[in-house]
Design a protein around this ligand. Structure first.
Ligand code: DHB
Ligand code: FE
Length: 279
């Protein structure tokens, strides 16, 4: 049987990927962040699962604002890097795991989650930057990926509670997969940030820290925030944090915190990352 063994929450700020792609990580602005990432990367070097399920959002790269699915699973053999605005990053193609992906689709549909299914899905910074954060700059990513794309762009968005329940259902679906695989699950995006409008640049360390603490000790508290709560407390794009609830839901009742990083500023955001192990 497959089992979810660990989870990571991480921001997916495109500038972090660009700093790596352009050899700028030793510049003063980036030094502290990348030094802080080192223990997290050391953990990833030692703990590569058989498959990573990466919960991310598309930023109007593959989807257009005309047509957004709430939850999508990528069932393809591979997913090409792409990005709105800057174009594709020169990072390895992301290999999929169609068999596990189809199993998730079938189990989630049976549990009344009406998943969209994507045979081809170009993946933007929401997915490729977390891979770079975890695995640096390899010739190939060390584990295949099942992408789970959540709409946090075009309202109405799924609720924080719905995202948590989706994660729980993913956990159950993994546990019913008939092969002995270890699974990592990542939630990307956040933490507090707003990219435009009057409050552009808003960050809220108190809210972010509470959210991170809740992930460890009281995950249901993070399901009670409305979208308006997220937007008020963490800025318009801070609502990306609902994707961390999918990750947390899949980990089960109790988790152990392995690493945490919180750093301001990274671009316009508070950069946050956490690694959790089940049990
Ligand atoms: C930034 C953060 C994001 O999550 C994103 O999708 C785009 C930009 C930023 O802080 O620059
Ligand atoms: Fe984003």
């Amino acid at each position: 049987m497959a089992r979810v063994v660990s989870g990571m929450g991480t921001s997916h700020v495109p500038g972090v990927g660009a700093a790596m792609d352009n050899g700028k990580t030793h510049e003063e602005y980036w030094q502290e962040l990348f030094a802080g990432l080192e223990p997290l990367r050391a953990w990833h070097r030692k703990n590569v699962p058989d498959v990573n399920i990466i919960v991310f959002n598309d930023h109007a790269t593959s989807y257009s604002l005309d047509s957004y699915s709430t939850f999508t699973i990528g069932v393809g053999e591979e997913f090409k890097p792409a990005d709105e605005g800057w174009g594709p990053r020169a990072v390895p193609v992301v290999k999929g795991h169609p068999e596990l992906a189809w199993h998730l689709v079938e189990q989630l549909m049976a549990e009344e989650f009406d998943m969209a299914v994507a045979g081809s899905l170009d993946v933007d910074h929401g997915l490729t930057v977390p891979l770079s954060i975890a695995y640096d700059q390899p010739d190939a990513w060390p584990a295949p990926v099942v992408p789970v794309c959540v709409n946090v762009i075009q309202h109405p968005l799924p609720t924080a509670l719905r995202c948590y329940k989706l994660g729980q259902a993913i956990g159950r679906a993994v546990a019913s997969y008939d092969e002995n695989l270890t699974i990592g699950i990542w939630g990307t995006g956040g933490l507090s940030h707003q990219l435009g409008g009057e409050r552009a640049g808003v960050v809220n360390p108190d809210f972010d820290k509470q959210f991170l603490d809740n992930l460890v000790g009281d995950p249901l508290a993070n399901t009670k925030f409305s979208h308006t709560d997220f937007i008020r407390e963490a800025g318009c794009e801070g609502v990306e944090m609902i994707m961390w609830n999918v990750m947390r839901g899949a980990l089960g009742d109790t988790v152990t915190e392995i690493h945490r990083l919180y750093h301001i500023p990274v671009s316009a955001t508070a950069y946050g990352a956490i690694i959790l192990e089940t049990g």
